[in-house]
Design a protein around this ligand. Structure first.
Ligand code: HEM
Length: 208
């Protein structure tokens, strides 16, 4: 099936809807008090899972586009990436507002005290850099550096599921499955990752 401009438009609309609807559902759940016994944990978990799903979808677009020979599919990557970043910001805001009650000064203490938060924070900082440089004009200005910077998303694909796995006390099966999915998404890019590592190995001693 060809992805015509018309179909691409509707696909983008569907993706926006897919990210917005769960947020409406969450707000509705808060309004009618339907988020279970611990709504704070529910909201933090909901936004955390949303971020992870968005991240995995972002990483799935390129292999899908190649496998299905649908080049225009790549044009949905920025949209999905920005939604992923938005969910990550909501996840942090939910933690700072509902758990820390806006005690921003406690954020640093908490992050240093709980290593899994350090991983989440590192992931969010990388996503922030990627979101800030996602504009086409910035991409053009950065040239080859842009791709190198955006390759950091592969590190987020490791940090995020480990952050999840580390945050749980029991029930390790689900987070382990997420970690496996992320590893599989990285495995699909093994040639690219190995090539980047090889180039760095060959050129690093000369540049230092
Ligand atoms: C790339 C960014 C991030 C991703 C993908 C992510 C994802 C997740 C996921 C999937 C969970 C578990 C949800 C569940 O148990 O159902 C979680 C839990 C959590 N995350 Fe994140 N997170 C990120 C960044 C952060 C940041 C920056 C913070 C705050 C500094 C944070 C704080 C938390 C907390 C407090 C929990 C709950 C842990 C608990 O159950 O006690 N996360 N996150």
């Amino acid at each position: 099936m060809r992805l015509t401009p018309g179909r691409l438009f509707w696909l983008k609309c569907a993706l926006h809807t897919g990210f917005i609807l769960p947020l409406f559902w969450l707000v509705w759940g808060v309004a009618v008090n339907q988020l279970g016994g611990d709504p704070v944990q529910y909201i933090i978990h909901f936004t955390g899972k949303g971020t992870l799903h968005g991240l995995m979808l972002t990483l799935l677009i390129s292999p899908l586009s190649k496998g299905l020979k649908m080049g225009p599919l790549m044009q949905t990557r920025r949209l999905v990436g920005l939604w992923t970043f938005s969910y990550a910001v909501l996840h942090l805001l939910a933690f700072v507002s509902l758990d820390l009650l806006f005690a921003w000064s406690m954020l640093l203490t908490e992050v240093l005290k709980r290593p899994y938060l350090l991983l989440g924070m590192a992931g969010l900082l990388i996503l922030t850099a990627l979101a800030l440089t996602s504009l086409k004009s910035i991409q053009r200005r950065l040239g080859a550096h842009w791709q190198r910077l955006h390759n950091w998303v592969y590190l987020v694909a490791l940090l995020a599921p480990v952050h999840y796995l580390w945050s749980v006390k029991s029930e390790l099966i689900e987070p382990s499955l997420y970690l496996l999915c992320c590893l599989w998404l990285l495995w699909l890019r093994r040639d690219k990752l190995l090539k980047a590592a090889f180039i760095r190995k060959v050129f690093a001693p000369q540049s230092s």
